[in-house]
Ligand binder design. Structure first.
Ligand code: NAP
Length: 214
């Protein structure tokens, strides 16, 4: 059965990276949150295409490997795709270059004027939708063909799906850093531990992997 999955990064004080610029597509603090993730062997292989065996192989890597498995469609917000940073570019194709790493349909939520879908090498097709989260989820679930749907971000979109009770599996990687600024991850999510089973694992890097699953 299709599950709705989210993987997010947060700091010990509950912030996520915010404030995108052309030089910092995921916000200035993104690197501090994702150091351990980007060091994994899986990340080297799947994102850099590096098959030399470089990268860490411990707890962080096992979560990274799970992240890439079994996804049939992705949903993201306009900011994560880059429409807020490049609002005047009708040909913007996202931050991920000519061969985005998704390999699935990706539904981009946006209130801006309709754009045609963009098929990319490697199996990713970006579709643009102005619709309620439950409706885009229904379309993504159909497209996923029995595999899982990931809500990739950004934080606002992920939190909208969480508040709507639509998420089956939330995995948060809490990096051992204090940001003191950014978007708040946990606000308005009181009681999530009542509807989902919480598990926690600490990686060698000091990253705390917290999973809420139902
Ligand atoms: N911590 C993490 O793990 C993580 C992961 C990914 C991203 N991020 C961060 O998230 C930040 C971006 O997140 P964000 O919260 O600013 O924005 P976002 O969630 O990427 O996008 C929000 C925007 O999407 C559009 N949208 C959302 N729901 C919609 C709906 N139902 N119908 C139509 N349009 C809809 C709206 O844009 P319009 O009205 O302009 O169309 C809305 O302002 C970045 O700084 C990035 O670093 C963090």
């Amino acid at each position: 059965m299709t599950r709705v999955r989210i993987d997010l990064f947060a700091s010990l004080d509950g912030y996520t990276s915010a404030g995108q610029t052309p030089d910092h597509p995921m916000g200035e603090d993104w690197g501090r949150l994702t150091t351990a993730w980007a060091a994994t062997r899986t990340f080297h292989e799947r994102v850099f295409g590096d098959t030399s065996g470089a990268g860490t192989t411990g707890v962080d890597d096992s979560y990274a490997a799970a992240h890439f498995e079994g996804i049939g469609a992705e949903i993201m917000g306009a900011a994560m795709f880059g429409l807020h940073t490049f609002p005047d570019d009708p040909d913007w194709r996202g931050w991920w270059g000519d061969r985005p790493p998704f390999g699935t349909p990706v539904y981009v939520l946006t209130h801006t004027a309709p754009r045609p879908s963009i098929p990319m090498p490697g199996g990713t097709t970006f579709h643009f939708r102005n619709t309620a989260v439950a409706d885009v989820l229904a379309e993504a679930t159909e497209a996923a063909g029995g595999r899982d749907v990931r809500v990739g971000g950004g934080v606002g979109t992920a939190r909208a799906f969480l508040r709507a009770g639509l998420v089956d599996h939330l995995h948060v990687m809490i990096a051992p850093v204090l940001l003191g600024r950014g978007a708040r991850l946990w606000d308005d999510l009181s009681g999530l531990e009542r509807t989902h089973k919480v598990t926690t694992e600490v990686a060698e890097s000091g990253t705390v992997h917290v999973t809420f699953a139902r």
